[in-house]
Design a protein around this ligand. Structure first.
Ligand SMILES: Cc1cc2nc3c(=O)[nH]c(=O)nc-3n(C[C@H](O)[C@H](O)[C@H](O)COP(=O)(O)OP(=O)(O)OC[C@H]3O[C@@H](n4cnc5c(N)ncnc54)[C@H](O)[C@@H]3O)c2cc1C
Length: 327
């Protein structure tokens, strides 16, 4: 089996993120020698032999420094196979690095398999409808592992550390800081155990003939606060703002799940006031346990798309659930 370089950047405290540990499991699953290549302010061992490019300029994501560090590590390891977590920092840099080295890169890989002396990888195409297995003759072959597909590596992280001289890079970009919403304003949480989907029904006229948007907002945010679930939406709901209708202000198109939205990976999902049409449900491909609350016993979820459908008023159900969560 070919030697594998596990390539990751370290977090601010020198540790590895969950996505990086998942990629390490994938690298080890190939059965060959694994060398670790780490980039960051500081790094500890992640395999028997770890190569590291460290320094304050490598702590922050920046194309020039990340690409130069990755290139230096791939060259120093001599490894023909490179396995890295498919996080945004690497996804924008590693295809360019593979090009510099005359190799190839594949993103969104969900599985790597040793197949005799060969390596094959799986990825989904056409909005997660077709799964393909492929292999490539070009080396180095850089493989970015989609987060959520492997268990994070839980074995001991020990071995030798070799410092690779930081490459000289001319930087035009200076990172001055990070602007991000406050943690409790951030509703997209890829690592959450539960995906909570809000559909357009939350904004529709209810049995009393009136809309109850403020109440919907309180119920949804109350549930998210108590459970730290990730918030998804149907397309109809996030499209409403463009139609000038009253909307839930904390939802954007980034929350949209489905054919033209995201395909998140959470162990469980709960859809509320969402009809469960195919273009939406196709985004649930990787949600393992699905439940839905809908007034309509004939909604899409009831037609084999959910494990459990509660035919009930989501306003009443979520008020009771929040009451129990807060008790
Ligand atoms: C090319 C294409 C791409 C698309 N891509 C996407 C996509 O990526 N993602 C996506 O989501 N959609 C997508 N769609 C749209 C999709 O087909 C549906 O129109 C959309 O998902 C419907 O959203 P919804 O279920 O929230 O709204 P609606 O269809 O309006 O359903 C609202 C539901 O709420 C229920 N309801 C109302 N009040 C209550 C209550 N009090 N309690 C419980 N239930 C209640 C109703 O019974 C109803 O089932 C796409 C469509 C096309 C044509």
């Amino acid at each position: 089996m070919e030697t594998v370089l596990f390539l990751a950047h370290t977090e601010a405290d020198g540790t590895l993120s969950k996505a990086a540990l998942e990629a390490l499991t994938a690298a080890r699953a190939l059965g060959g020698t694994v060398i670790a290549g780490l980039v960051g302010a500081s790094a500890g061992p992640a395999a028997e032999r770890t190569l590291a490019v460290c320094g304050p300029e490598f702590a922050v994501p920046r194309y020039a420094t990340d690409a130069a560090a990755a290139e230096a590590l791939i060259r120093a390891s001599g490894a023909p196979i490179v396995i890295a977590p498919g996080v945004s920092r690497w996804a924008r840099v590693l295809p360019g690095v593979a090009h510099r080295l005359g190799g190839r890169a594949d993103t969104h890989i969900t599985q790597v398999k040793p197949d005799g002396g060969r390596i094959t990888v799986s990825r989904w195409f056409y909005r997660q409808r077709i799964e393909a297995e492929l292999e490539r003759p070009q080396r180095p072959w850089v493989i970015l592992i989609e987060p959520g597909c492997y268990e994070p590596y839980a074995g001991p992280l020990q071995g030798s550390i070799e410092t690779v001289a930081p490459p000289q890079v001319e930087c035009r970009t200076k990172v001055e800081g990070v602007q991000a919403p406050k943690a409790d304003e951030q509703t997209i949480r890829p690592d959450a155990k539960l995906l909570f989907v809000a559909g357009a029904g939350w904004t529709k006229k209810q049995r009393d003939g009136a809309e109850h948007i403020e109440e919907a907002e309180k119920l949804i945010l109350g549930f998210l606060k108590a459970t730290q679930a990730s918030l998804g939406s149907s397309k109809s709901l996030v499209d409403l703002s463009g139609e000038g209708q009253k909307v839930l202000p904390f939802l954007t198109h980034l929350n949209q799940v489905g054919q033209t939205g995201a395909t998140p990976r959470h162990p469980k999902g709960l859809a509320t006031c969402c009809h469960g049409e195919e273009p939406h449900v196709v985004g649930w491909r990787f949600i393992r346990e699905r439940r839905a609350v809908n007034l309509d016993p004939n909604c899409g979820w009831a037609r084999g798309k959910a494990d459990v459908v509660y035919v009930a008023d989501a306003f009443e159900v979520m008020a009771k659930v929040n009451e129990l969560l807060n008790a």
